[in-house]
Write a protein that binds this ligand. Structure first.
Ligand code: SF4
Length: 192
């Protein structure tokens, strides 16, 4: 079995957090080993947990609008490898979902970063940005400046969740000026 096949098997069969959840863990990821873009986000939502498809929810709808691409192009495994800090839905708390399981990122995301070979990284939301760039980094600074991850070009996005509307309202230049640059780069890579 190749390292990539072993990684997929290890993630899919993981039930390490069963005791913390009151439901069966369902690790979610998607894509090929050599995608155009490796997209790293926070953790699956309840709807994604139920469907098994990353970003098959309102956040995904908004994200595809930001990218300016159709669902069919989003869910092409040679276009996007999609993963997250926590690979399983972490459950609810009073306001929104619980934080992703950080141990999961140490166990699997770090292996994915060694094995998956994208041309571009897209990092979505503060949990993923802090895990990859350090807690001391300013999220706004990461979002509005080009980044590098594993020696490749990387962009950081705010989370497209409806819970993040306030940040978007306070930073209108993100959708007006920054996102079109990022969307152009994605379109170049996936030829659509
Ligand atoms: S969150 Fe990660 S470590 Fe926990 S059960 Fe899911 S795949 Fe395993």
């Amino acid at each position: 079995m190749s390292p990539y096949e072993q990684l997929k098997a290890d993630i899919t069969s993981c039930r390490r957090c069963q005791i913390q959840f009151d439901y069966e863990p369902r690790p979610i990821f998607f894509g090929n080993q050599t995608p155009a873009v490796m997209q790293i986000s926070q953790a699956p939502s309840r709807r994604v947990h139920e469907s098994g498809l990353p970003f098959n929810d309102q956040s995904g709808k908004t994200l595809r609008e930001w990218y300016g691409i159709a669902e069919a192009d989003f869910y092409r495994p040679d276009h996007f490898y999609m993963t997250s800090v926590g690979h399983c839905y972490p459950g609810r708390q009073s306001q929104g979902d619980k934080a992703p399981i950080l141990e999961c990122a140490k166990q699997f995301l770090q292996r994915e970063l060694k094995i998956i070979e994208p041309q571009l990284y897209i990092i979505i939301g503060s949990y993923a940005a802090r895990f990859l760039f350090g807690k001391e980094c300013s999220l706004d600074n990461l979002i509005f400046h080009d980044q590098t991850l594993c020696d490749k070009q990387a962009y950081v996005l705010p989370h497209p969740s409806p819970l993040n509307r306030r940040w978007l309202n306070e930073h209108p230049q993100f959708l007006k000026e920054r996102m079109p640059i990022i969307a152009d780069r994605i379109h170049q890579l996936i030829n659509c």
